[in-house]
Each structure stands twice: as C-alpha cells, then as structure tokens.
Design a protein around this ligand. Sequence first.
Ligand code: EPZ
Length: 439
Amino acid sequence: MSKIVVNGGKRLFGDIKISGAKNSTLKIMAAALLTDKPVILRNVPDITDVRIMIDVLRELGVEVETVGDGDIHITTSKTLKSRAPYHLVNQMRASVVVLGPLLARLGEAQFAMPGGCNIGSRKIDLHIRGLELMGAEIKIRHGYIEAKADKLCGADIHLAFPSVGATENLMMAAVLAKGKTWIRNAAKEPEILDLAKCLNEMGAKVSGAGTDTIFIHGVSKLHGVDYTIMPDRIETGTYMVAGAITNGEIFLKGARGDHLEIVISKLRQIGLEVNCYSDGIELKSKGKILSTNISTLPYAGFPTDLQAPFMALLSLAKGSSVITENVFENRFVYIDELRTLGSKIDTESHHAIVHGSQSLVGAKVKAPDLRGGAALVIAGLASKGITEISDIFHIDRGYDSMVKKLSSIGADIRRTKSSTNLQYINFNQAPRANIPTAR
Ligand code: EPZ
C-alpha cells in the first residue's frame, strides 16, 4: 500500500497544469453510450475513477482505447449490453449515470443498487422518480435496479433537490426520448454545462443548462464527437488552498476563474491575492490568513468538495471560523485526522468551529475519502516535520499526479511503499522550484 510522505514548511512557487474535470469526464464517458458512432474525448484525467468507468463501459460491450496523453476513443457497438455489474458499480457510485443512457438506447438497464459511501447515504430516488415520469418501469430486485421502457417519453420533472447526478442522468435519458422534457430545480454546476455542450455537439437539443430549468427536445439518434473536457475546478481550488497555506505564489494553467467565483472571493476575503487570466489563475499570498465562515451549497454556492481543504487552511487562520456542510450528511470524517496534526476543531451536527492560528505538527494520518485525503496533504505541507498519509487510494481516485504536481512547485513530498522507513528518505533532493515570472 503506497503512502504519501510530506516534509512540511516549504513555500510553494510555480506553475501547475490543471487536469480535465473528474466530475465531467465520468458523465461524458457515459454519454458515449447514446450513440454507435465514435466518441473521442481529450483532456481526460489519469485517475482511478476514470479507469473504473472504462471497465464499466467495457463490461457493457463498449470498445475503449486510451490514446496518448489524456485522449480516449470510445466506440459503442450495436451489441451493447444492459447490465452494469455489482463489482464495478460498488467501486464507484458515479457509474449510476449509465442508467439513463442505457434505458434511452436499449429500453432496458440492470444496475447494481449503489450503496452509500463515506460521505453520506447517496440516495438515487430522484434519478428513479425522474425516469419513472419518463415512462420507465423500475423495480428493485436482489440488489439490482431493473428498468424497462419500450420508448422513453418527454416529461416535466421537478427535482426536490438540485442533484447533480439526477440532473445528468435525466438529461441523458431525455435527449433520445420522444417529445419534450423539462428538468426544473436542476443542478447548475459547470460540469452540467460541459455535459450539455458535449451532448449538443453530438446532435442533441438541450437548452438552459446552467440555469435551474433545463429543456430537452428529444431526437431520434446522436452522432459521434471529438470533445475536450473542461478543467477541474475542484483540483484548481485544492491547489489554490495549498498555495495559500504555504504562503506561496502559484499559477494554475488552464484553470477557469468563472467556475470558482465564490471560492475566489472567499480566498480574497481571508487575505490572498487572486488574479484570473484567460490562460489560468494566479494566487499570491500576503503572509496572513484571516478567519471566515463557509456554508456548502449546490452551485453557485460554496462547493462541498472544497470544504475539507478549506478546513485545513482555516486551521491556521487568525481567529475562529464556522464551516457548515449542507450537501452531504457525513462529510466531517477527516476532521479527527486533522486534529491529529494539531487542528483545533469542534463539531456540532453539520457545523464545525475551527479555532485558528494553531501551528500544525506532522504525524501519521489516514485518508478517509477523496477530499478529506487532499485536506491532509495540504495540512502536511504546512506542518512542522513529517506527515505520513496512508489509504491514498482515495486521493488517486480524483487527483491526477498530485505528488508530481506539488513537488514540481517546491513541496517536499513523495509517494512511498509502506515498508519504507521514513528516516532513510532524503528530502533535500526534492526538485528545485521554478520561481514564477511576473504576469
Ligand atoms: C456529484 O455527486 C459529485 N460527484 C460530488 O463530488 C459532489 O460532491 C456532488 O455532486 C455535489 O456537488 C460526481 O460528479 C461523480 P448529488 P452526486 O446527486 O451526483 C442527495 C467528489 O468529491 N440526493 O448532487 O452524487 C444526496 O444524498 C464527489 O468529487 C438524494 O437525496 O451529488 C446528497 O446528499 C463527492 N437523492 C445530495 O443530494 C438523489 O436521488 C447531493 O447529491 C440524489 C441525490
């Protein structure tokens, strides 16, 4: 089992290239099921979740070829299968978004009921309800969702909560449905726009993505596409926090400021200088971090996926901050590990009070989930001494080459095999940081 080992206290300087967005790639890969023509995707991140989605598609009889750096070619032949196996679905909940495309394309789908995960119950009742409104007959038998629909029909669907996954699944089901569909109280995340843009380039008729009412006029078939995935706004936010907590100056190549408005305004509020350019985002520290309050909400509110990295940052702020998690019911698991590094955090149901301006000291910690793991790496960067993070498979799910990227801007960070004895690791040989040129 690999571990990440960080020797903290180094300021970060330099440029990082932002990878393609995990939470867009996975859905656009599922959208390839909607056509039998070739789909080429570019700027695909090299992460475990993408590999699992490739396995899911291959299990469904899809040809998937990874070509060069970040390109995949997907060809969904005529003999598409309708059953998504438990052993893969169980590894990645997001695979639930193959349900809509399979139903739309084949008129049937069998999908292992996805369980909850570390961060919450992760229900899919809104997905099912929406598909039923489109005429699907859905039964849950022996742990499998069995869905049937000779022909999906357009419907007027009002989501009880602007669920990202439900909006995406229903949007993909509706593009080949008979007639018109409205998805009201829809999710507005940038990943929804990226999916809608790709579907329209495949010949779909989707409008209103990014607003709370999406309108889809079904078409009879879709064609292939050559599509470039948007940059990952959560990866961007994570590295901005890493730059801030180390009092550094970094440039995030390819990042989009318009996807991170509330995050950028929070960073400015707590004392960072953030400049957005057409080719990326620059963050400059001014040596102090002020406290603030954060409430996670659906987009354009503060992203729940950056709650944990900000918790680590605000552990070193001047004053106390309150962080409220409103999207997932169990997303504070990592806090115990942050406390091991010295963070002073009290929790009261879905509120966390972070008592700032404490120094952090390196220790052995375990990543409980993807974003919690990222928060521990960030805290390690600012901790005195060595932090050793295990269960990093969680981090590999959503961050493409995190260790390589952070060490390229001056972090003393390595991946080790668990048997490696820390004292023999020679940190001083970390690659020298490339000091940024003025913008
Ligand atoms: C997506 O999850 C992202 N995952 C999550 O990112 C992200 O945190 C989340 O959206 C919110 O932004 C992917 O895109 C793969 P939801 P998703 O449906 O689609 C409840 C990361 O770290 N709900 O918007 O599962 C649900 O229980 C991951 O990259 C229902 O009750 O999120 C949750 O509390 C973590 N019934 C809330 O809504 C439903 O049918 C938000 O879920 C659907 C959802």
